[in-house]
Design a protein around this ligand. Sequence first.
Ligand SMILES: *Cc1c(COP(=O)(O)O)cnc(C)c1O
Length: 369
Amino acid sequence: MTAFDALALAVTGVRGIKPYQPGKPIDEVEREYGIKNPIKLASNENPRGASTAARHALQNSTIDFGRYPDGTAQALKVKLASRLDVGIEQITMGNGSNDVLELVARVFAGPNDEIVYSAHAFAVYGLVTRSVGAECIVVDALQWGNDLDAMADAVTDRTRVVFIANPNNPTGTWSDQQALRHFLGVMPTTTVVVVDEAYCEYVGDSAYPNCVRWLGDFPNLIVTRTFSKVYGLAALRVGYGISSSTVADLLNRVRQPFNVNSVAQFAAMAALDDTEFVAASVAENHNERQRLYAELTKLGLDYIASGGNFVSVDVKRPAVDVYENMLQRGVIVRPVGAYGMPNHLRITVGVGEENTVMLNVLSQCLQVT
Ligand SMILES: *Cc1c(COP(=O)(O)O)cnc(C)c1O
């Protein structure tokens, strides 16, 4: 008898998956490098953490941990629907918006189908495509961003899904209203388009599209958003999709019934109400991002202008070396070689003091790397 070979038994798509590499956790850096309180600018979280109002609301809550959560997340969906001016039946809750991305792939694609996305796009698109056995069609980027014309050309009658991160992670690039609307207009009726708006709150440019308003025009459009970024709730895992009610019904058929826990639902509602916290976070990000641009230029480095709370910087040498060096000095950033960007570091915009320390450490590391 031959030995049990798990790899050979795994479905083809799964065999081709390289696991997602998260930003290095603070605990791990403390353990491995013996560094106290490293600065983490590696996962695009809100550097302020959760809002005080959301924290207080949670501390004073009377959630019964012995009970299953509300599987429909009714109260949260009612709040979201009113905020977004959509019907509650148009919302699909996710354990983070990554969960919704996977639901889309499971509902619409399988073996023999294609999913189109850009080079340097968010890693999860490739993961969910492979996990359902569909084929990844990766379209060359244009100045690091989505080349929407080339992506439209890449769509065939086998293309079930197109993923567009707007802004994209790790490049920070984004498509404007005119370009994206044109793209949606030329999509065949056999293709679903996901616009991933994880960082939409940060962009602050009048040319940036709010795709939720277009749902009535494009029944094949799905918009995803999250509480992990500006809302400061990354640990709790809550995100959502907004689509036609028909699409939401399909996504909800494969959604795990209790995918968003009670604590996350409660905190998300409080976070939604704290509009002041969101506004202050966005304003600080804007100022600090501008300061980073100026300081990076002084260091002789190029950066990709970003709509998000992170900046990808060309360090003009293998970025993993600079990353390692920065780690040893207590600053965690993210090398993005896995995204086809071996000379770039993706740096989350921190609060002022964090950015100052990061810039000093980066400057030191450039001299020795
Ligand atoms: C961070 C991020 C998300 C959000 O993931 P969650 O599962 O909601 O935490 C989605 N898309 C992109 C492009 C991201 O960078």
